[in-house]
Design a protein. Structure first.
Length: 288
């Protein structure tokens, strides 16, 4: 089993891809091998089209239905430090012209996380890494949707991780500031939010009780492991509340019960004022 050191919000043989959703003949794209560019904190502008994009195996093809074997993509190498939180967003320009998706892969092409597809909002990938490493970030598209080519902007932020990956019970109080990482509105209902990221380890077949409380208006989101990787497959993501939060805020929920691994937890607020909160993580308990 491969030990995974990551938390957030998966390989096929390389073949030519049929992109687009025209009612007539689909576009046929030949394979193109591209050297990954180095990605760092900041903003990168590029585009996905049949002239300059790579065509790579789609890492979701064997995991989800209606996924093509290959997709247009641009690959990047991201060097990350230990216990660093990262938020990456991919925004099509304009919004509706690109069905954007972000994949996070280890150097051996093992999928660590993937974002829900963004069409009218950015694709968002948030994770915490455990040790210094070089990861592959793939800016790609969902070719089952019409908007599969176009210009995009990548934004990379390094973010506050108040605690080392959590492996035992803990209670922690902190404050989110206006200088903290910004999550666009895609993962939440309402405005963009400032955020803190956490990584919580849970063994297979166990669970932990989690509570988050704040005198202000905070929201929470995260993802759960998939098989032996930390996966943030769209179906794994959770978001609370389902509407813009109001203060005071209080959430109590359980993580785990299935495959073991590192779960991500994102705590955010749309306020520009300092917003305090308390996170409590319980001991692992066997799942009935």
């Amino acid at each position: 089993m491969r030990t995974v050191r990551y938390a957030a919000v998966l390989i096929a043989s390389s073949i030519a891809a049929a992109c687009g959703s025209s009612a007539t003949a689909p576009k046929v794209v030949k394979n193109k091998v591209c050297t990954p560019a180095v990605l760092s904190a900041g903003v990168v502008a590029s585009s996905l089209d049949t002239a300059n994009a790579c065509v790579t195996p789609n890492v979701l093809a064997r995991l989800l239905d209606a996924q093509p074997e290959s997709t247009l993509a641009s690959d990047y190498t991201l060097h990350v430090q230990g216990s660093t939180g990262v938020i990456i967003t991919m925004q099509g320009l304009p919004f509706a012209d690109l069905a954007s998706r972000l994949d996070l892969l280890a150097s051996d092409s093992t999928l660590l996380a993937t974002s829900p597809t963004g069409v009218f909002a950015p694709a968002v990938l948030a994770f915490v890494n455990g040790t210094p490493d070089s990861l592959d970030v793939r800016a790609t598209v969902d070719d089952s949707l019409p908007a599969d080519t176009g210009a995009y902007v990548l934004r990379v932020q390094t973010c506050t991780v108040p605690l080392a990956p959590i492996t035992s019970a803990v209670s922690h109080t902190d404050s989110i500031q206006s200088s903290d990482c910004v999550l666009p509105s895609a993962p939440f209902v309402g405005d963009s939010s400032h955020a803190h990221l956490y990584s919580i380890h849970i063994d297979s077949g166990s669970s932990r009780a989690i509570t988050v409380s704040s005198p202000g208006a905070v929201a929470i989101a995260g993802g759960s492991p998939h098989d032996d990787t930390f996966g943030a497959l769209p179906s794994d993501a959770f978001v609370h509340p389902s509407e813009p939060p109001t203060g005071p805020s209080a959430y109590a929920f359980t993580l785990g019960g299935g495959p073991g691994g590192y779960f991500s937890l994102i705590i955010s607020t749309a306020s520009d004022e300092s917003t305090s909160y308390t996170l409590t993580v319980g001991d692992e308990q066997p799942t009935p």
